[in-house]
Design a protein around this ligand. Sequence first.
Ligand code: FEO
Ligand code: CA
Ligand code: CA
Ligand code: CA
Length: 604
Amino acid sequence: PAAGRDRAGALTFKPIPPNKLDNLVVPNGYDTAVVMRWGDPVLPGAPALDVARQSADRQSRQFGFNNDFVGVLPLGRDGNRALLVVNHEYTNEELMFPGFTTLEAMTVGQIETAMAAHGLSVVELERVGHTGQWRPVRGKRLPYNRRITALRTPFAFTGPAAGSTWLRTAADPKGTTAIGTLNNCSGGVTPWGTVLSGEENFNQYFVGGDQAPAELKPKLARYGISTTARYPGGSRRWERAQERFDLAKHPNEAHRFGWVVEVDPSDPRSTPRKHTALGRLKHEGANVIVAKSGHVVAYMGDDERFDYLYKFVSKKRYLPGDRRHNLTLLESGTLYVAKVTGDSPAAEIDGTGKLPSDGAFDGTGRWIKLVSGDRSYVPGMTAAEVLTFTRLAGDAVQATKMDRPEDVQPSPRTGKIYAAMTNNSNRAVGGNPGVDEANPRANNKHGHIFELVEDGGDHTGESFTWSLPIVCGDPADASTYFGGYDKSAVSPISCPDNVAFDSAGNLWISTDGNALGSNDGLFATAIEGPERGHLRQFLTVPLGAETCGPFITGDDRSVFTAVQHPGEISGATLEKPASTWPDGDFAKPAVVVTWRLDGGPVGS
Ligand code: FEO
Ligand code: CA
Ligand code: CA
Ligand code: CA
């Protein structure tokens, strides 16, 4: 059949070919619809998008820009209501503001509008008929709908670094409350019904690092903040709207970003939290699994070339049904960083992607303890220092430098962990670190998938085995690997970014920055059994866009995908768009839902 997954959960859909269409393309037998787009009303009474009249006040009540993570949490028991929770990672001012010229020339009102377009949205959804389609609930009373912004939403710090000297500022002398969240990339839904969101490339929002105190400069620099130029290239100049973004005046403000944020969408009045126990990185996201012992374990990646994989193990145990207790699980525990070792001779890893003689890029690994509660395991660093400058702690213990760890997620079916290494054009180039078995290609343009299996299936343990089930690229290219599957039958894939699972345990992978030249997309493959590596393209996104989300609903009837930065192509503007998706006028980031016309399980 063209569509359909048999009872064993096998994927049988006909893959769509790579393309350069300015459209969202799905397989035969499926349909797709926009659920929420940039500027759509979120709060009751919010106005529709009108770019000529856009303001911070309007944007604070509307769906934000550049949707990335998507979570869909069931609401009630009938399966027909849900809460959509979405990250808004960043803004493309040139695609938002009429007459845009430069970031320096923006008015303060426009900067505040961009700040309001960052953050998260919570939107109540309803099922359309008996299909897999969903749409926003409209009306005067939308009790769950919420906008969280970079402009003014307060966040509470939790954990060992909360209140530390590193987090104190003139506006918050106690170091306990931050305003806003920045560059929220991917995330995860917790077993207790909250959403985790990673603050990623927060460095671009700050200026004045050249005038920061000398002792802070190495710490700022390790997070990508310039300590030599007042206005580094691409800086967003937000200090013109809020002085806190000037590190010459408020050097600790930078330390108040780069955390994992937890939002409780079921309580719109709740204060979202930044959990310092999970460390400070360029957090891609965090995904939680409940270990056999009942402790919860969060897996995380630091999305930078040559940065690290992490996990957090909670001090307390998950108690099913005790939501108040579970809401505290990420406030205290142990933070680890990964050290990965290959099992093949180093001489057999030649940088081309050629498999070593044992037939696999694989080996063993250790989780190196950095902090447990208030106790540091890194010589010369306090616990608060390790948690606030976690990258420096990873450097100190010589963790393994990976090829840009993006989304890291445990399979709910097998407990194995999958991490997207999106690419690393600097691997083994110039004076940069060389190849290793876990990052085996020089100038890694297309990325790979890293599979981690905790020893004894114990997610709280300190040792694991690993392998690379997929080494991405054009399957015709000898440097690629697809689980040993017949490469003539798989779809080309480049730059894996986000991963997700359906209830059968199939792995779904979305891409960012297809280095093969076609549009980005969404792919699916079995990851166990004889079909392991049989990767097929399920969807492509419009011109200039990156594919985010994805999220497969628990009933397998709907796939949510975030189409991020459509039309982000050099030289494009609001008036001269490179993409006119989804409405035919100018490009708008949007969350879409895809469902099977016959109502069956997607993926198929
Ligand atoms: Fe925002 Fe790592 O992608
Ligand atoms: Ca090997
Ligand atoms: Ca990402
Ligand atoms: Ca994911």
